[in-house]
Every structure is written in structure tokens, then in C-alpha cells.
Design a protein around this ligand. Structure first.
Ligand code: EPZ
Length: 430
């Protein structure tokens, strides 16, 4: 298994191009099942999860062709043409779904387009049990008949999905996206209340509207959808990844660096930018994105952070922010409200010298600028893995991160992007 070796202490300086958003690309890929015409998606990141989703779509009968590199060349992601004119299978098998839980996003589109779907339950993962009960209840509210059989979600809507009102008991990005896609072809009006407002949900809604859907309230917590008979193809560019951008902003801050994040959209990063500025990091808008500067760990201030659904502080940045707090001066209280087990990076950071005390959903971090020293550490989930990379960039000495396949799921060309800014980082292929 590959490892990543980092020798810490280098200030990052230069520019990092931000890739297309993984968590927008995954539902957008699933949306191809809603039409028999061709969907073209641009600026797709080269990531393991994207490959898994395209593999799943191919076994449903989708024809895929990788169009040439983006005409502008440079770091734009790849272009995929997807045509689901004939759906050969409405089953999403366990061996694919267990690798990536976002596979459950084919449930809504298959049910809406074909009137049936057999999708493996995704099972839990490192950060929590991750049930899909709200996906199921929501589709039942639109007339679907759903049973659980042998670990599969078996769904039928022979007369198509009907209009109705779905009130999510808690904010769910995936349930909002599944229901939104299903609702576009329902017979009548669907209202989704307490819907997720993440920019990736808005990106999906904007693409669906370009395909002929009738969705109102995009970006709000109430989505109103008038079902239509069919959707057409379209040509859509995936929005930049705000989580990747914020991760590299924290890399600049923790090394006392000066980095411009090309393509970053500050309007989708307000909570994170506010937190970084409160911690004494300088973040400015530029014509090409945002620029992040810090004078060094000694100038950073510990701040309290609580994760929340968008526009609150993203749970996908909790581990990275905690790492920054381990070298900031003063105490920082980090509270995780979205997932029940998302502190797996804590023991690994403590092996590097961090002073962290966990009580339930809260971690108390006591920071110090020369707190971290290099060590062999292990990655457990995507964002915990990258928090160890950030710690390695700041630590005294050498850090080796094992199980980097977690990283490859969500960070495109990570070593290349950091090398380009002066980091001493290398991938050890074993
Ligand atoms: C999406 O996961 C993201 N993944 C996650 O990013 C992200 O952490 C999460 O949203 C929250 O922002 C993708 O978009 C592919 P949820 P999702 O449904 O949709 C509970 C990453 O690192 N819940 O918003 O699965 C659930 O257990 C990944 O890129 C139910 O109880 O998250 C969680 O506690 C990690 N029942 C909370 O809601 C349900 O039916 C929020 O989950 C659905 C969810």
C-alpha cells in the first residue's frame, strides 16, 4: 500500500489550482440516469470515487466517453459524456456500493426513470452508521413501495412517483439530492422542506434545471419541484471544490505560508474564511480565487468551532481545523454535531504530540506552535487522512502516512499540488 512521506517546516508559497468538487460530481453523474439523452460534465476531478461511480453507471448500461482534456488545457478536470439511453439493469450491487456509499444516489433516478430499483444498503463507514432512512421515507412519501430484502433496498413505483411534501427530520445532503432527482420526473408538485443548502446541492439543482427540470428555491431550505414528463441532456461544468480549497487554505496557514487558491469561490466558503480570520489568518479575495497568508504558527490564535449544515462550518473540515488548532496559541473547543464518530484523527495527532482531550462530541485542543513532531501515522477516513498531511507539513521532522488510498478518494494530485508550493512531500509506492 502506498505511503506519503513529509518532512515538515517548509513555508508553502505559490499557487494551487482547485479541482472540481467531488461531492457535486457524484450526484451530477447519477443524474445522467434521468434522461435518454447525453449529459456532458466538465471539470470532473480525477478521483477514485468518481471512477467508482462511473463503473456503477456503466453496469446500469450508461455509455461513457472521456472527451479530450478541457480545451483550455491546464489543470481543468476531465470531461465525460454520459448516455443512459437504455438502462440495462436497475440493480446497484453490494460490491460496488460498499466501496462508496454515495452509490445510493442512483436510487432516486432509477426509481423515477424506470419505476423500480434494487440498491444495496451502503452500510456504515469509519465516521458513523450513516443510515439512509430519510432517503427511503422521502421516496415513500412520493408513492414508492420500498422493502428491505437481503441487505438491499427494493423499491417500486410502477405508476411513477407522485407529488407530495417531504419534511426532512434533520438536514441530509444525500437524501435531499436523491429526492430532488426523483422529484424532477414525478407526476405533480414535490416540496422538500428542511432541505440541505450545500453549494453541491445547488449545483445539482442548476444542472437539473438546465436539463428541463422545474426547481424553485435553489440554495434555500425549501425546494419546490414541478415534475415534468422527461429531461433532456445538457453540458454542465462542475463547481470548484470548497472543501479542497479550504484544506489547502489551512495548509498555507499552518506552515505560515502565502498561497493563492486558483478557482476557489469565497462565496461558498464564508464560515471557513471567517474562522480562519478569527484565528489571525489573512484571507483575501483575488481575481483568480483567494489568497491565504499567515506569519507562522506562533501568530495563530485558538478559536472554538462547531460543525453545522451549510452555511455553518463544514463537518468535512473539522479534522483539518483541529490540526491547525494544535499549533495555535491558546485553547480551542471543536464540537462535531453531524457525525457520531468523526474524531478518529485525534489519536494519530496525539502520536505527533498534539494535546487533545475528547469528551463526547467535543474535543478540547491546547495548542502550541512547536507542539508537533513527525511520526508514522495511519489514515482512517478521507478527511482524517488529509488532517495528518497538514500536521506533517507543520511538524518538526519526518511524518509517514499509511493507507493513503483514503486520500486518493478525495484529493486529486495532492502531492503534486503541495510540491508546487515548496512542500517536502513524496509518495512511496510499495
Ligand atoms: C454528504 O454525505 C457528503 N458526501 C459528506 O462528505 C458530508 O460529510 C455530509 O454530506 C455532510 O455534509 C457526499 O456528498 C458524497 P448527510 P451524506 O446525509 O449525504 C444522518 C466527504 O468527506 N442521516 O448530510 O451521507 C447521517 O448519519 C464526505 O467528502 C440519517 O440519519 O451526509 C449524518 O449523521 C464524508 N439518515 C447526518 O444525517 C439518512 O437517511 C448528515 O448526513 C441520511 C443521513
Amino acid at each position: 500500500m502506498d505511503k506519503i512521506r513529509i518532512r515538515g517546516g517548509k513555508r508553502l508559497q505559490g499557487q494551487i489550482p482547485i479541482s472540481g468538487a467531488k461531492n457535486a460530481a457524484l450526484p451530477l453523474l447519477a443524474a445522467c440516469l434521468l434522461t435518454d439523452e447525453t449529459l456532458i460534465l466538465r471539470n470532473l476531478p480525477h478521483l477514485a470515487d468518481i471512477a467508482t461511480m462511473t463503473h456503477l453507471l456503466a453496469q446500469h448500461g450508461t455509455e461513457l466517453s472521456m472527451a479530450g482534456e478541457h480545451p483550455g488545457g491546464g489543470h481543468m478536470g476531465h470531461v465525460l459524456k454520459l448516455s443512459a439511453a437504455h438502462i440495462a439493469s436497475t440493480e446497484a450491487p453490494y460490491d460496488i456500493v460498499r466501496k462508496m456509499r454515495a452509490s445510493v444516489l442512483v436510487l432516486g433516478p432509477l426509481l423515477a426513470r424506470c419505476g423500480q430499483a434494487r440498491v444495496s444498503l451502503p452500510g456504515g463507514c469509519a465516521i458513523g452508521t450513516r443510515p439512509v432512512d430519510m432517503h427511503i421515507r422521502g421516496l415513500e412519501a412520493l408513492g414508492a413501495v420500498i422493502e428491505l430484502d437481503d441487505g438491499y433496498i427494493v423499491a417500486h413505483a410502477p405508476d411513477g412517483l407522485q407529488g407530495g411534501v417531504v419534511v426532512f427530520p434533520r438536514v441530509s445532503v444525500g437524501a435531499t439530492e436523491n429526492l430532488l432527482m426523483a422529484a424532477t420526473l414525478a407526476k405533480g408538485e414535490v416540496v422538500l422542506e428542511n432541505a440541505a443548502r450545500e453549494p453541491e446541492v445547488a449545483d445539482l439543482a442548476n444542472c437539473l434545471n438546465q436539463m428541463g427540470a422545474k426547481i424553485e428555491g435553489v440554495g434555500s431550505d425549501t425546494l419546490r419541484i414541478q415534475g415534468v414528463a422527461r429531461l433532456s441532456g445538457t453540458d454542465y461544468t462542475v463547481l470548484p471544490d470548497r472543501i479542497e480549497a479550504a484544506t489547502y487554505a489551512i495548509a498555507a496557514a499552518i506552515t505560515g505560508g502565502d498561497v493563492e487558491l486558483l478557482g476557489a469561490q469565497p462565496d461558498t466558503m464564508e464560515a471557513v474564511i471567517a474562522a480562519l480570520q478569527q484565528a489571525n489568518v489573512v484571507v483575501d479575495r483575488t481575481d483568480s480565487g483567494i489568497r491565504v497568508c499567515a506569519d507562522g504558527a506562533a501568530s495563530l490564535t485558538g478559536i472554538d468551532v462547531t460543525t453545522a449544515p451549510y452555511p455553518g462550518f463544514p463537518t468535512d473540515l473539522q479534522a483539518q481545523m483541529m490540526t491547525l488548532m494544535t499549533v495555535a496559541s491558546g485553547a480551542a473547543m471543536i464540537t462535531e454535531t453531524i457525525f457520531e464518530n468523526r474524531f478518529q484523527h485525534v489519536p494519530e495527532l496525539m502520536r505527533m504530540g498534539a494535546d487533545i482531550t475528547v469528551k463526547g462530541a467535543t474535543a478540547m485542543v491546547r495548542g502550541d506552535s512547536d507542539r508537533l513532531h513527525g511520526a508514522p501515522v495511519m489514515a482512517t477516513d478521507l478527511r482524517a487522512s488529509v488532517s495528518l498531511v497538514l500536521a506533517g507539513l507543520a511538524a518538526e521532522g519526518e511524518t509517514t502516512i499509511n493507507r493513503v488510498y483514503h486520500l486518493d478518494r478525495g484529493y486529486e494530485r495532492l502531492e503534486e499540488k503541495l510540491l508546487g508550493c515548496g512542500a517536502d512531500i513524496a509518495r512511496i509506492v510499495e
